[in-house]
Design a protein around this ligand. Sequence first.
Ligand code: PMV
Length: 319
Amino acid sequence: MTQQAGATAVAHTNIALIKYWGKADPVLNLPTTSSLSLTLKEYYTKTQVEEADVDSLLINELPQDAKRVHEFLNILREEVQDFPPLRVISTNKVPISAGLASSASSFAALTAAVAKFNNWQLSLEDLSRLARRGSGSATRSFFPDFAIWEKGHDDTSSYATHFDTPDMPIALVVCKISGLVKKVSSTEGMRRAQTSPNYAAWVEESARQLVDMEDALKKADIKRVGDIAEANSLGMHNLNLTAKDQRFTYFNAQTMQILDEVKALRQAGYTAYATMDAGPNVKIITTLNEANAIKESLAKRFLKIQFDIATPGPGISYE
Ligand code: PMV
């Protein structure tokens, strides 16, 4: 096996329409539920790896604490094959740690770049399974458009695959309320959520919502997709609010105002449904036709919030 001098991979981030919010096994990152996501064209991470003296990490040209990356690289060394220390150089077109899932694209790009560096011949499913150990949501960032992460029951059975649908004009209006680093990490947030008395019911509800979501996607019924995604996301955030151990919320006042606005837009006849992750930002599920009007209407009312339109994106690629 010969290593390349350097290798580069690009992974796009994804937004879960059915969320991963709880671990059945915190070491292996086995989830309590299966999840389903949309990959986004506009947000991505490009990661280059090259041989170095120690594992190190540079994001957008700034040196970072490499602890999490080093631990992940050691998992790959153990699980697949040993390789030398690496300098990891990432360009991140996703706000870090603010609920826009930068860890999804980061760990997917890193896994793919390391595999290319080492000339490992791995399937997308194998890459997805390995990336899971870095960040659960990274499992879904190898695939274009929609991906489903089957929760599985052990290390080998828990990975994502592409979920095939007819073409549909789905779009997101991303409301960037805060790009600040989140207060509660997703790992800690999940741990707390799992202490909610509502947790078992959410897991059951999530399985039903996934079946519904698959059906809505196969029929390209964007309104139904949005309706199910919004219910699933609010269910996830309800767990945080009702955690027995240190209840909390990722929402802030602006999150609530945007949620009201989404409801008003819906009453006015728009396709508009909200989904929120581990941060205050709201992503509004709508159609390509309506996205601009929704963005303009919100931009007029919320002068300090930045709005982007995001559309379905590609799977992993190499440079
Ligand atoms: O991949 P993690 O450990 O950052 O967890 C992601 C959790 C959510 O973004 C809130 C939901 C999801 O399924 O992506």
